[in-house]
Design a protein around this ligand. Structure first.
Ligand code: SF4
Length: 741
């Protein structure tokens, strides 16, 4: 396909002088950072499945596009895979480490040896694997399952590890197992399962390239799934239109330079045709208003609605009682913009709706997902080429973690936790399985704070950075009598003093014995082969979870004894029929996509009635006192909570930036670069004013730094999925002599 100058971002070669990432300089920096083991780094890049985001790539090629698939997120993560083990003495005195950032702790190197610290000791001392595992096994035996909690993050963890952890947890009677999918897309799981019967992306990445319209709701793939921008570039060359629904038009979604494409690398690509500047939490109102207008303009696909859905008439009746102007006021969107949005939807006749944390990390998140589903169903935008619902995942392990049952509210296969499904699984596994949902990640920490948890066993993760209100998280962690952290690097939560804290060094996904699989955001189960390397005494996690289960329940040894993990994959295929084919994967590039290219193919939904369900939704009224602002959390140069740069190359903003609209800044008497203090009921945060076009009385600060402003607790979560609401009401106080206006 020829070049398309009308899509160019500008005429300056490579966007010189523009605020944008310099991918080529970043690559040179990463090559230097990995100079100690260049051959190993090369093998990881050319043989392994990326341990970054959820798009998925094996080696340097994916299943969607010709040419190279690589981004700086993957390169930034490479250092974790090539670092050498830390000298254990570095951890013998924690005082000098306490002030270090997460990045500085990671720079120490790989965790190489089991270590232990008792209350009152200055730091960790090296112990044997046998001592470390004996402590954990004794702790598990000494308490009850209800006072035990297990959490796994998605830090490169494979499906094999998730599966064994999920099985080991249930073998110990522990229902309290959760993973990073909780604070990420749990509301998507709830909203999608109730409406379309399946909690996964309904289309494939190929559909993005073939889409007439992509609507990005509260997501920033330019930052979080960079190669998605290459798919979008290819789509735009074919005529795809792009709508960005977000309070802030992220610069990377406005214009992007795709480094591996000569045209885009040279002249950039305009990515956004329409920006809909919705207020935080205003998405349900916007979706309702858009659907009202689609109905009024007879732009609904009645044939699809009549043949394949239910609840449309009730929903439409409820919608007709809602005043459009009021909906627009709640959404913070003007009528011309709404009409432009509806024009785009109607002209395209369906879209790929992509959403992420800007949608899910709100108290009303599951309703917002239902609102997006309403729009898609009304246009028959499910189950065919070029359309679909895509809750895009940020991690390579999130989808698989939940589907392997490392989840408080689902058994393997995403099955509900109830008596019927627990009994079925018990018959398969040969031991009783808890038949009630367990504590979710935020509930685990709250239980710990009440003194209700005796053993907290974590694979990766960093509750101190990830959950709201870090002060109360730290206090809660300190109350747990036995904490076990298994990880590849040192994290800040490991430094929190407890009665007994044990560190277990584990292998990366690439070092893992027998390799392993991940499940991408398009439901593709992807194999990553073992790329052998031994760092200190690190062990493969699937072996580790099995070892602990065997120590605590030796009578179940047969259930936790696989000669290799190819046998384990065979078991996964039997226990989770969705994953049939996983047992055939053995080499780089091997993959199987569960559900095929489209879910709900031809409008047949996996619901009890076989139909997709509309939902009548009442938008929430915002509660923002006069003089206050709503602050939302945003991402910069980082991967999850791992900050990779103090300045975001896409925005030019530092980590302490307080994004603020010029009108609000003027009313406060502050200007770009001025210092301000934000105060919420939970805490305060100082930062630097960074002007950005935002809805009135809304602010953005970086996550996880902004977590000090965010309240935890049951009232501050989405009620069904339990995902925390990462937004807060704050006041803003100018500092350093700035004059209020
Ligand atoms: S876009 Fe995602 S999957 Fe692809 S290389 Fe980057 S981090 Fe890895």
């Amino acid at each position: 396909m020829g070049w398309k100058p009308r899509l160019w971002a500008g005429w300056r070669p490579n966007g010189v002088g523009e605020q944008k990432p310099n991918h080529y300089r970043d690559m040179a920096r990463v090559a230097w950072a990995n100079r100690a083991h260049p051959a190993y780094a090369y093998r990881v890049l050319t043989k392994g499945a990326c341990d970054g985001c959820s798009l998925g790539v094996a080696g340097l090629h994916d299943w969607t596009i010709d040419g190279v698939h690589l981004c700086t997120t993957r390169l930034d993560l490479l250092e974790l895979n090539t670092a050498d083990a830390i000298d254990p003495l570095v951890l013998s005195d924690l005082a000098p480490l306490r002030s270090r950032t997460g990045g500085q702790l990671r720079a120490l190197g790989r965790l190489g040896h089991p270590m232990r610290r008792r209350r009152g000791e200055a730091g960790f001392r090296r112990v044997s694997w046998d001592e470390a595992l004996s402590v954990l096994a004794a702790g598990l035996r000494a308490t009850t399952p209800a006072r035990t909690a297990l959490y796994l993050t998605s830090r490169g963890i494979t499906n094999e590890t998730y599966y064994v952890a999920a099985k080991a947890s249930r073998a110990l009677g522990v229902a309290n197992i959760d993973s990073a999918a909780r604070v990420c897309h749990a509301p998507s799981t709830v909203g999608l399962r109730q409406t379309i019967g399946v909690a996964a992306t309904t289309c494939s990445l190929q559909d993005v390239i073939e889409a007439p319209l992509v609507v990005l709701w509260g997501s920033n793939p330019a930052n979080n799934q960079p190669v998605f921008m290459k798919y979008l570039y290819l789509a735009r060359k074919r005529g795809c239109r792009v709508v960005v629904v977000n309070p802030f038009l992220e610069p990377g979604l406005d214009r992007y330079w795709v480094p591996s494409n000569v045209e885009s690398a040279l002249f950039g690509t305009k990515m956004c045709d329409l920006h809909v500047p919705v207020r935080p939490g205003g998405d349900v109102a916007l979706a309702n208003a858009a659907l009202q207008r689609l109905i009024a303009r007879v732009a609904v696909d009645r044939t699809f609605v009549d043949a394949h859905t239910e609840g449309f008439d009730e929903m439409a009746t409820a919608l007709s009682g809602q005043d459009t102007d009021h909906l627009l006021a709640l959404a913070g969107v003007d009528r011309p913009t709404l009409e432009s949005f509806v024009d785009e939807l109607a002209r395209a006749g369906g879209a790929i709706h992509v959403w992420s944390m800007g949608i899910t990390q709100h108290r009303g998140a599951a309703d917002t997902v239902r609102g997006i589903v309403n729009l898609a169903l009304a246009q028959g935008a499910v189950g065919r080429d070029g359309v679909g619902l895509m809750p895009i995942r940020g991690h390579s392990g999130v989808q698989g973690g939940a589907e392997m049952g490392a989840y408080a509210t689902a058994l393997p296969g995403g099955l509900p936790v109830d008596a019927e499904h627990a009994a079925g699984l018990a018959a398969t596994w040969g031991f009783p399985v808890p038949d009630r949902p367990g504590l979710t990640a935020p509930e685990m920490v709250e239980a710990a704070g009440r003194g209700d948890i005796d053993v907290l066993w974590m694979s990766g993760g960093n509750f101190l950075d990830v959950l709201p209100d870090p002060r109360s998280v730290e206090a809660a962690l300190g109350r747990v009598p036995l904490r076990v952290h298994q990880d590849v690097v040192v994290t800040r939560q490991m430094l929190v003093e407890g009665d007994d804290v044990v560190l277990l060094p584990v292998a990366t996904r690439y070092e893992q014995e027998g390799g392993g699989t991940e499940t991408t955001t398009e439901r593709r189960i992807v194999f990553s082969p073992e790329i052998p390397r031994q760092v200190g005494e690190a062990r493969s996690e699937w072996r580790l979870f099995a070892d602990v289960a065997n120590r605590v329940r030796p009578e179940l040894r047969a259930a936790f004894s696989w000669p290799d993990n190819a046998h384990l994959r065979r078991e996964i295929a039997e226990v989770v029929p969705l994953y049939a084919g996983i047992e055939t994967l053995a080499d780089t590039g091997d993959a199987v996509q569960w559900g095929g290219r489209h879910l709900a193919e031809d409008g047949v939904f996996p619901t009890a009635s076989g139909r997709g369900r509309f939902t009548s939704l009442e938008p929430a009224e915002p509660q923002v006192p006069d003089g206050s602002f709503v602050v939302s959390t945003r991402r910069g140069k980082q991967f999850n909570s791992m900050v990779h740069g103090q300045v975001d190359p896409l925005t030019g903003a530092g980590r302490d930036a307080v994004f603020m609209d010029a009108a609000d800044a003027s009313a406060l008497g502050v200007a770009s670069g001025d210092r301000v203090r934000l105060r919420s009921d939970t805490g305060s945060l100082e930062g630097t004013v960074t002007l950005a076009r935002l809805p009135a009385r809304t602010l953005q600060v970086h996550w996880p730094e902004g977590n000090v402003l965010i309240a935890g607790g049951p009232d501050r979560r989405e009620p069904q999925s339990k995902v925390p609401d990462y937004n807060a009401v704050v006041t803003v106080e100018p500092l350093e002599g700035a004059e209020p206006g």
